[in-house]
Design a protein around this ligand. Sequence first.
Ligand SMILES: Nc1ncnc2c1ncn2[C@@H]1O[C@H](COP(=O)(O)OP(=O)(O)OP(=O)(O)O)[C@@H](O)[C@H]1O
Length: 285
Amino acid sequence: MAAADRIPSLIASHVDITYQVHGAKKAAAPVADPDDESLLAGLFKKGRDLATQQKVEAVKDVSFVAYHGESIGIIGRNGSGKSTLLRALAGVIPPTRGDIWINGEPALLGVNAVLMSKLSGERNVYIGGQAMGLSRSQVRERFDEIVDFSGIGQAVYRPMSTYSSGQAARLRFAISTAASPDILMIDEALATGDADFRERSTAKVAEIREQASTVFLVSHSNSTIRQICSRVIWMDKGRLIADGPTEEVVAAYEKTLPKKAVASKPAPAPVQDAPVQGAPPPAEV
Ligand SMILES: Nc1ncnc2c1ncn2[C@@H]1O[C@H](COP(=O)(O)OP(=O)(O)OP(=O)(O)O)[C@@H](O)[C@H]1O
C-alpha cells in the first residue's frame, strides 16, 4: 500500500512522560540518646530534608505515526519506558509534554486492574467486558466465545484466586480481545500461556489487525515480536532510538544484548516497507 493511502490511527508528537516520586531520600541518622535536645533538633532538621520529590523521566521526546493495519512491537531493556509509553498511548496516563492523537477507540490489554480475584471468572468476564466498552448484553452474547477462547472450561465458575497464572492470563486476553477495539495495546500478555494458547492469541491479534485496526505489543520475547509485528519501535532510556521493519530493528537490538539473552534464531520478517528511522547505538557486547 502506498504511504499516501495509509490511514493514521495514532500520532505521538514529542511525548515526554515524567513521574513525580514523593519519598524519603535517605534514612535519618540513628539517635543515640533521644533525650538529648541537640540530637532531636538535628533529627528534625534532617526530617525536613527527608520529604523529597524526585523526577523520573520515563519517556523523552517520542514521536511516531501508527497506521491502521499495523502491528507495532515496542522493545527495549528493563526500565526503558515501554510500558509507560503504552499506557500513555492508551490514554491511561497523560503526557507531561507533547501530544497524542488517536483515531479510534484504544483498549489496553490490562483489564487486570478491574478484575477481582475473589469473584468467579464468570463475574469477572462481565466486569472486564464492560470495562472494555461492551454492554452487559454484548458480554452475555459473547460469554461462551470468551470462555472457549480462554480454554479455562468449568474453572470460569471458580474464584479467579484459584487460577494458575496461565489460566488468569488467558482469561484476561480473551476478555480484552472480545471487544475488537480499534487500537489494541498488549503489555507482555502474549508471553504467558502454553504454545497452543500463544498460537491462538497470535491468530486473534492477526484477526484484529485485519479489521484495519492497529495493535501495539510490548514484549521481551523477540520471537513473539517477530511472529506478530510488522514494525518495531526500540526504546532505550526513555528515548525512541529506532523505528522500522521488525527484523532490522530486532536484529540491531539483539546485537546490544548479552549472547545468552538472544535465545531463538531470527524468523523471517513479516513484509513491511517502512524505512528504519534512527541509527542503532553501538553494540555493548
Ligand atoms: N509509577 C511510577 N512512578 C515512578 N516511576 C515509575 C513508575 N512507573 C515506572 N517508573 C519508572 O519509569 C521508568 C520506565 O519504566 P517502564 O515500566 O515504563 O519501563 P519498561 O521498559 O516497561 O520496563 P520493564 O521492561 O522492566 O517492564 C523506570 O525508570 C521506572 O522505574
